[in-house]
Design a protein around this ligand. Sequence first.
Ligand code: GLY
Length: 326
Amino acid sequence: MSERPDNTTPHEAAARGPLLLSTWSFGERANAAAWPDFSAGGSALDAVEAVTVFCDEDPGIDSVGYGGLPDRDGDMSLDGCVMLSPEQCGSVCAVRKHLHPVRIARLVMDRTPHVMLAGEGADEFASAHGLPEQPLLSPEAKKAWQVRQAQGGGDSSDVRPVDGDPDGALFKDQEDRWRNNHDTIGVLGLDDQGRLAGACSTSGMPWKVPGRVGDSPIIGHGLYVDPHGGAAVATGTGELVMAICGSFLAVEQMRSGAMPQDAIREVLERIASRSDLQANHQVALIAIRPDGHWSSGALRPGFRLAFSDGSGHHTMDPAFVQLPGT
Ligand code: GLY
């Protein structure tokens, strides 16, 4: 991880593209992989797709693509979406045979009158458009599932949804666990022509009930982009985000004039006020206005984000934590 070379708070400053903002520290190396083409004048749309594709292929990320943890029965399913505007968005969920949900989602956006394809239909659509079928379950993820089975199995209702270590053997305490655990890759891009784009890719909650779909592929929940309002992306416990249309809510706040930090705070306040909030729940958002002001916030400690601009690639803490010390 590279620290920002000075103590400025880029959250508060208007930025000019090219700029990439990605969830979690693994976003830094994904941003870096996408950067050469993006900084040479590539579009925000191509850049956000490239960031997610990089994460899909990294077997070390246990919540996205190959390397992601499977559902309760040991089967993989992937979700993702991409968005430029309310008129230009695409999504797929419960994909079982193809590795790159955002690539399929972009085809849905570009080549169909639809927004979302699910399950078998999404896989058939991907094959029909020339995308290769690939194994999605890595040997490490299979082993993790087998270990869990040996310990009694079950679905994810008893573990932190973004947790790849339900028994707590890897981390010294809860914060360490959050800090080292990861969830959805969500990425926002602002290119040198001032165009915003966003994308999400995830294998969803580990050990999920088969068929479960979270916020990531649902336009307005895990991701929303409106050239007139801004863009927001969420990560964490999808069910909490889905209950309040989290990304759409953040963008609507910005459309009404809110700064990104205030928009995110409104979303997190609504989540924090839930009567059924659990200690293992986490949600974080990144938001950016069309003028380049951006920010990030998390419900609990442990979230980090990656940003890339002309100064390099950086991993940093969010601007604020709604429930510090929890
Ligand atoms: N945020 C990812 C999920 O809940 O599936």
